[in-house]
Design a protein around this ligand. Structure first.
Ligand SMILES: Nc1nc2c(ncn2[C@@H]2O[C@H](COP(=O)(O)OP(=O)(O)OP(=O)(O)O)[C@@H](O)[C@H]2O)c(=O)[nH]1
Ligand SMILES: [Mg+2]
Length: 269
């Protein structure tokens, strides 16, 4: 159902982002450290929350045209520069959805191993047994850029309630990230379907009472334990055939913060 609520006179975030500035920032980013070729961003969240779509959206935006979506398992998604054989020094790992039931979906222990860089490329997570050191998918000596530099929890704005068991898994993952000192942020996807105001115009996102409540203490932020200023609303590209400015602006703003958080971590360790 569509919810219309009274618009906030005082937006929960200000001002609206600057697409050109953020785009340049993201495109120019290079990690300073010699031993780090790329900043690694790990996306985790419930099934269907929009993790893969986000990676695809980023690719569309940085390349300035629609691109073909990527696949599942522990794959590192790289983004090729347009008209070039080189890639941006940003990579994404997308972990398959956190199922409610503990016998399916990826195990939090495996996600912890992934954060430490122990999961090899192409490893297929096994819901019933964790990755062990004896497994060929186990990387015993991760390099500095096999490790995850920023953790992003992805949740959908239009899902009614997140299941307790899924929240518990997310809490476990976040605790592991905290122990490793890995910075964390959250993304709230599908804002185009969240409420009447954002359905009408994405620019209403920071004025929406409904979304403010979602991200504020009462709801989302308390549920995942991530402060409101580290939660970024986005709309992913799904069926569009052309890029749209407002969509790009929100995505680039989220991406820029991922870079900042991840880069801080790189320079600290
Ligand atoms: N309207 C809208 N649809 C979206 C958005 N993001 C994702 N979708 C749709 O939601 C569905 C699930 O998106 P995915 O990106 O596959 O979700 P995922 O998190 O990768 O899911 P798993 O890989 O199964 O864990 C797809 O049909 C997408 O087209 C969004 O921002 N807005
Ligand atoms: Mg996916």
């Amino acid at each position: 159902q569509i919810i219309f609520s009274s618009a906030l006179s005082d937006p929960w975030r200000d001002p609206w982002g600057d697409k050109e500035v953020d785009s340049e920032y993201v495109k120019e980013y290079e990690p300073e450290r010699e031993d780090i070729k790329h900043l690694r961003i790990l996306l985790c969240g419930p099934v269907g929350s929009g993790k893969s779509s986000f990676i695809n959206s980023v690719s569309n935006i940085l390349r300035g045209r629609m691109t073909i979506p990527a696949l599942a398992s522990y794959e590192t998604h790289k983004i090729r520069k347009e008209n070039s054989k080189t890639f941006y020094p940003l990579v994404f790992n997308d972990i398959m959805g956190l199922e409610e039931d503990s016998d399916s979906g990826v195990r939090p222990d495996d996600i912890k191993l992934a954060m430490k860089g122990h999961v090899k490329e192409g490893y297929k997570f096994n819901p019933v047994s964790p990755l062990s050191e004896a497994d060929p998918g186990y990387n015993p000596e991760p390099s500095a850029d096999d490790k995850v530099h920023v953790l992003v929890c992805v949740l959908s704005a239009n899902s009614a309630e997140i299941k307790e068991s899924v929240l518990q898994k997310m809490a476990d993952i976040r605790e592991a990230a905290r122990d490793l000192g890995i910075p964390q942020m959250a993304m709230i996807t599908k804002i185009d379907e969240a409420c009447g105001e954002t359905e009408e115009n994405l620019r209403n996102v920071y004025k929406s009472t409904y979304l403010k409540q979602k991200v504020s203490m009462k709801d989302f932020s308390a549920a995942v334990g991530i402060p409101m200023n580290c939660i970024f609303p986005v709309k992913n590209y799904s069926h569009e055939i052309e890029n749209k400015d407002d969509v790009d602006t929100l995505t680039l703003s989220a991406l820029r913060h991922m870079i900042d958080f991840g880069d801080d971590f790189i320079n600290k360790t």
